[in-house]
Design a protein around this ligand. Structure first.
Ligand code: PEP
Length: 267
């Protein structure tokens, strides 16, 4: 019953692709190809494309949410080139925090990611927190330990109730699967999703079973079924394939099957 109450979410991470000139059209096309009941759709374009995507979706598909790919850990200040939560007001309602590419390229620590989460929630943004291990960690049997450490570092300082109210979504993204064409096994992703909820329980969450956990890492229309067949997985954070309307149509279409099945299970 609790499982069936979690939303099915497909979030598109466009990374450093698209421009203000072409992002709106792509968003409109994807939105029109993914009209599937029961699936929460989110498009996260680059900062400079947020307004174009917002405007394109406002009339064509107001139910498709717009998200940012990052947010600064302070509200304002001498941080050249950065974007704060107040700046995103009216542009985005979701935000990705702690993506492995930012952990890698911007040396983001769990402490800093925790602060970003705080700013996101204060700014009324719904956060997607990314966690995941490196290949060496998985091969050494340390995947659970790494994700456990990330979760405690990212979330430990927060009031679980505030984050739950903000609708926190967690994306399990094994780093070795991102942009590589190499996937985790559906069963491994599901096991990690259960681990994530178990850790939330250990750090004071009263209803960790209600937290949506997505899988991310080279998701395509061809392999999404393996992940959504797992009841512990509630959708996907999609990178490369999210720029291709055909792929998104297939991914969201498959997500719609899961959403309908969950609805039927509680009817
Ligand atoms: C991502 O950007 O979060 C991601 C999972 O990328 P890709 O789907 O390209 O692996």
């Amino acid at each position: 019953m609790i499982r069936a109450m979690r939303p099915v979410v497909i979030a598109a991470n466009w990374k450093m692709h698209t421009t203000p000139a072409d992002a709106g059209e792509l968003a409109r096309t994807i939105a029109s190809r993914t009209r599937v009941p029961g699936v929460t759709r989110v498009i996260c374009p680059p900062f400079v494309c947020l307004a174009a995507v917002r405007d394109a979706l406002a009339e064509a598909a107001p139910d498709v949410a717009v998200g940012a790919q990052d947010v600064h850990h302070e509200l304002a200040g001498a941080y050249t080139g950065d974007i704060s939560a107040p700046m995103l007001a009216g542009l985005a309602s979701w935000v990705i925090v702690g993506h492995s590419e930012r952990r890698r390229d911007h040396a983001e620590t769990d402490e800093r990611i925790g602060k970003k989460l705080a700013r996101a929630v204060e700014g009324g943004l719904r956060p997607i927190l990314c966690v995941g291990e490196q290949l060496a960690d998985r091969e050494a049997g340390r995947a659970v330990e790494v994700v456990d450490t990330q979760l405690r570092g990212d979330l430990g300082a927060h009031d679980p109730e505030l984050l739950a109210e903000a609708g926190l979504v967690i994306a399990y993204e094994p780093v070795w699967a991102i942009g590589t064409g190499r996937n985790a096994l559906g069963s491994d992703a599901a096991a990690m999703a259960e681990t994530i909820r178990a850790v939330l329980g250990m750090i004071g969450w009263t209803e960790p079973g209600l937290v949506p956990v997505l899988y991310g890492g080279s998701v395509t229309a061809a392999n999404i079924g393996e992940f959504l067949a797992e009841p512990a997985i509630d959708g996907a954070l999609v990178g490369g394939a999210s720029l291709k309307p055909d792929e998104m149509a297939g991914i969201v279409g498959r997500a719609g099957v899961t959403a309908a099945a969950r609805l039927a299970a509680i009817a």
